[in-house]
Design a protein around this ligand. Structure first.
Ligand SMILES: O=C(O)[C@H](O)[C@@H](O)[C@H](O)[C@H](O)COP(=O)(O)O
Length: 231
């Protein structure tokens, strides 16, 4: 079940989200000696990343990876890894361990099995997964109508990640699958802007996941989802 909180400003949202993420990571460290955080790319998380990087925490005990990656060179401006390295893995958080979703394979379809091996090194369940949402109702790189969408949404699948060719966005991607994303103690859906509120309500009202894959996250009951929204 998803629980929506509206924040008066993006700064308020980012402050609360950073606090909650740090508190969940601290719980993971206290109980297991280590913690894991899955973040998304795109424009929304930039301010959050900067705030998180400034939080005192035993970051050397934290493993960070991505919900999805665009299949471009790590130095390309579209690379989510570049965004994370330049904005999150800084200051206090510079000591966190990062698991990349990109390798030297030519396509994410060929690269997926190597990345799956690195992901298996992370203790599951994840402590926190932070997702974004596109105006087309995608989340991570689970894109509407994409050829690999149903295999990636299959809760019986043993795969942690898969290649994806979006019909509604450029660049091939590698995405964590739905069972991997839901294998988390907590999920946050991070939304900024009026349009995202409208899209979120559309997603809440219907049940066709091929049309809006984010529905597979907000309608499930396995993992608690907090939806944080600000204008
Ligand atoms: O690599 C990506 O693009 C993402 O991880 C993706 O799922 C993102 O969260 C949404 O597209 C929202 O993107 P914005 O934050 O830019 O609106």
């Amino acid at each position: 079940m998803a629980n929506l909180t509206n924040f008066p400003s993006t700064d308020d949202l980012n402050r609360r989200l950073a606090q909650q993420v740090v508190s969940e990571l601290q719980k993971g460290i206290d109980t297991k000696g280590k913690a894991s955080l899955v973040v998304s790319g795109g424009k929304t998380p930039l301010g959050l990343f900067k705030l998180l990087s400034q939080q005192p925490l035993a970051w050397e005990k934290v493993t960070i990876t991505l919900a999805d990656e665009r299949w471009v060179d790590r130095s390309d401006d579209s690379s989510n890894e570049k965004l994370v390295r330049e904005n999150l893995l800084q200051e206090h958080a510079a000591t966190a361990h990062f698991v990349s979703l990109k390798n030297e394979s030519l396509t994410p379809f060929e690269g997926a099995s190597g990345i799956e091996k690195s992901l298996k090194e992370i203790a599951m369940p994840f402590d926190v997964v932070i997702l974004g949402m596109g105006d087309d109702g995608h989340t991570a790189s689970l894109f509407p109508g994409a050829e690999n969408l149903f295999p990636a949404l299959d809760m019986k699948s043993k795969h942690l990640c898969m290649g994806m060719t979006p019909l509604t966005a450029p660049l091939d991607r590698l995405t964590l699958t739905l069972p991997a994303l839901l294998n988390s103690r907590h999920i946050f859906l991070h939304l900024v802007g009026e349009n995202k509120r409208v899209v979120y309500h559309q997603a809440q009202e219907g049940d066709n996941v091929n049309e809006m894959p984010v529905r597979a996250v907000i309608h499930q009951t396995q993992t608690p989802v907090d939806v944080f929204w600000s204008a």
